[in-house]
Design a protein around this ligand. Structure first.
Ligand code: CA
Length: 284
């Protein structure tokens, strides 16, 4: 008697490496993979301490697959199917991480990211199907922390989620070198530029300047390494982290943004100068 094998039995390779985009288009295979995960204990080892993740994606099969697997890791997950609802949920729930697809009904993911970024430092991982959107995503205007191009594997997705949350936790901890409380951390005074790490703010001629979170991190890094030529790679590692997937172009974009705010003449910078063939040097 012939027996039809269930879909999941025909998958010989590790389903974690299956591109989710393909999974999405094969409902039968998708169901098989989910039932395999239900029996898997391997994924639950890395406890997530109940961190909250908001998934913003209008395709239910994809958002449910991501949600299911994040929940298996111990994360608290909610799903939002459109941009306005996402902004509302981000305000109400204060998630620890937002997974944000660009293609959404109503208001798109880039606009959602800009709005949330004005209100919060929450890490944002953007999902895109188009490589030509990457410049915009990593650019200052949008302010996403990382991105993934569809299709991607579940393994890579979970690794990015862990990396972003780990980095956010490290940023929240007071600096290891300071014994006293964070509010005593010294201010940096460089002529008419004052950088105040405790307040996470900077001033020019006594006026507070508005800096995006990553711009502030970058400025603080430069200030702490005044007079030293720093390569783009080094800056990227130190400010964005080893596991950041974007290229050194991200550094150039943020330096340009910083110059607009701290230089009298951004076209002829004197504070944050280019070191040809190397990267940048902060002069003070
Ligand atoms: Ca979508």
């Amino acid at each position: 008697m012939a027996r039809t094998a269930p879909a999941h039995e025909s998958i010989a390779h590790n389903p974690l490496d299956e591109p989710l985009d393909i999974v999405r288009h094969h409902k039968t295979v998708y169901n098989g993979i989910v039932s395999m995960y239900k029996g898997s204990e391997r994924l639950t080892k890395d406890l997530a301490m109940g961190e909250k993740i908001l998934i913003v994606e209008d395709e239910p099969t994809l958002s449910e697959t991501l949600a299911y697997n994040l929940q298996k890791q111990g994360y608290e997950v909610s799903i939002s199917p459109d941009g306005w609802d996402a902004i509302k949920k981000a305000r109400e729930q204060s998630p620890d991480l937002i997974i944000l697809d660009i293609m959404l009904p109503g208001i798109d993911g880039l606009e959602v990211c800009k709005i949330i970024r004005r209100e919060s430092n929450v890490p944002i991982l953007m999902l895109t199907a188009r490589a030509d959107e990457i410049d915009k995503i990593v650019g200052l205007e949008v302010g996403a922390d990382d991105y993934m191009t569809k299709p991607f594997s579940l393994r890579e997705f979970l690794a990015r989620v862990r990396a972003l949350l780990r980095r956010a936790r490290l940023m929240q901890q007071p600096s290891g070198s300071t014994q006293s409380s964070g509010s005593d951390e010294e201010k940096f005074v460089l002529g008419d530029l004052v950088v105040d790490p405790a307040r996470h703010s900077a001033f020019i001629k006594g006026q507070e300047i508005y800096l995006k979170p990553k711009e502030f991190d970058l400025l603080l890094y430069f200030v702490k390494h005044k007079g030293i030529a720093l390569s783009r790679d080094k800056i990227l590692q130190q400010v964005w982290g080893w596991d950041y997937a974007g290229g050194t172009r991200t550094v150039d974009v943020h330096v340009r943004g910083l110059r607009e705010k701290i230089e009298d003449d951004p076209r002829h910078p004197v504070r944050l100068v280019t070191v040809r063939g190397v990267g940048y040097r902060f002069e003070g």
